[in-house]
Design a protein around this ligand. Sequence first.
Ligand SMILES: Cc1cc2nc3c(=O)[nH]c(=O)nc-3n(C[C@H](O)[C@H](O)[C@H](O)COP(=O)(O)O)c2cc1C
Ligand code: SF4
Length: 429
Amino acid sequence: MAEPVRVVSKRFGIPDSHTLGVYLEHDGYVALEKALKSMQPADVIEEVKKSALRGRGGAGFPTGMKWSFVPKDSPKPKYIVCNADESEPGTFKDRALMENDPHSLIEGCLIAAYALGSHTCYIYIRGEYGWVQDGMDAAIREAYEKGYCGKNILGTDFSCDVYTHPGAGAYICGEETALLNSLEGKRGHPRIKPPFPAVEGLYGCPTVVNNVETLATVPWIVQHGGDAFRQLGTEKSGGTRLVSVCGHVNKPGVYEIPLGYPMKDLLEKECGGIRNGNKLKAVIPGGSSVPIITAEEAYSVKLDFESIGEVGSMLGSGGVIVMDETADIFESTFRLVHFYKHESCGWCTPCRDGSDWMEQLFDRIAIGGGRQEDLALITSLGKNIEGKSHCALADALVWPITSSMKKFPEDYQRAIERSRKLLHEPAAV
Ligand SMILES: Cc1cc2nc3c(=O)[nH]c(=O)nc-3n(C[C@H](O)[C@H](O)[C@H](O)COP(=O)(O)O)c2cc1C
Ligand code: SF4
C-alpha cells in the first residue's frame, strides 16, 4: 500500500528541520514565491476554498470562507493573527509543528497576509511555551535576514511584518476574541459576536484568526493546488490533519492522517495498540471539550468531520485521549470539571457559578455523601449552563459530562454506591 501523503509533518524527523537552510532544501518558501509572483490575492483565496480546508483549532470552520468574509474595500489595516495558544487538554500538535517546522507557519502567515491585503501578522503563543516562542523568534529573524519577511519580500512590492506574542497563561485566551483582547493588552474576556473578527477584530480592524496547523497547511495547498489537497481526504473533509494521541496507548505522539482514516487503524497501527494488551474503554476524539465515545464507536468510526458527528462527537482540536478498561469515567470527568471550573473567566453567571456548583456536586460524590438524585441534579444543572453563556467554554464543560453519563452510566452508578459507603463507613484514622 502507498505511504500516506504527509503535508504538514513532511519535514518532521529531518535533522535541523527548524532551520531556514533545511526548510529551503525541502520546498521552503516555494509557495510564497508562487503566490507573490504568479497569483492574484483572489486566486489564493480560491485555492484555499477549493481545498475544503477546515480550521484545525476546534470549530472546523471552512478557512476559505472565513477569509472571504474580510471586507476588501475597508480603509482600515487588516491583521492576520495566528492562534498558537494550544491549551486544550490532550492537544499538543501545534507545539510539534512550531518546534519542527516554524518556517511553514511563517510562510502560511505571509501567504494569508498577501491573500487578504494585510501587512502585519501576530503569532500568539501559549505563555507556558516559552521555548517554542524562542524558536519561532529565531526562525522569524532568519526569515528577515534572507528577505522572506519585512519590506519588499522576494523583490516584490509586498511587505509584511511577523511578530510573536506570549499568551497570558489562561485557557480562555485561546478563544479567538479573548485572544484579541489579550493581544491588545486587555483582560482576556471573550467579546460578544457579532461583529466577528473578520469585520471588527484586532484594534477594531478586519482580522483573520487561524490556528497554527491551519496556516501551516496553506503553503502546501498553494504549491500543489486546492484540488490536490482535497483529494487526500474526503469530499467534505479535505486533506490531512495532525492528531495528538495520549493516554493508554503504547505509542502516544503526533501523527498526520488523511481525513476519513479509521480510528481503529490510528490506535492499532500508528499507536501500537492499547497498553498492556488491555481492552479499550473510551476515547475523547478531539480534545477535552468534545463528547466522549465508547470503544465500539471508536473502533467503527472514521476520522472525518461527518463520520465523527454520526457518533455524537467532534474532531475538535485533534487531541485524541485514549482510556483503557482500568479508567474510571466518573473520575476522569471529574478532572475535566475541575479544569473548566478553574479556567472559567467568570464573565457570565451560568458558567462562573454553574461550573463551581458542578465541581461541588462531583466532589461530594467523590468524597462521600453523594445521593442518587445528584445524577439528575447534574443533568439539570448542565441544561442551565449549556448554550446560556457567552462562549463555548461553558458548553465544553457540559458535553463531557452529559456524554459520559449517557455512555458510561455504570461508572456513575458505581461512584454513587462508593460515595454512600464512604459516608456510612468513614475511613479509619
Ligand atoms: C475556550 C476556548 C479555547 C480555545 N482555544 C484554542 C486554542 O488554543 N487554539 C486554537 O487554535 N483555537 C482555540 N479555540 C478556537 C478559536 O476560538 C478559533 O475558533 C480558532 O482559533 C480559529 O482558527 P481555525 O479556524 O483555524 O480553527 C478555542 C475556543 C474556545 C471557546
Ligand atoms: S462562558 Fe465562561 S469562559 Fe466563556 S465568557 Fe462566559 S464565564 Fe467566560
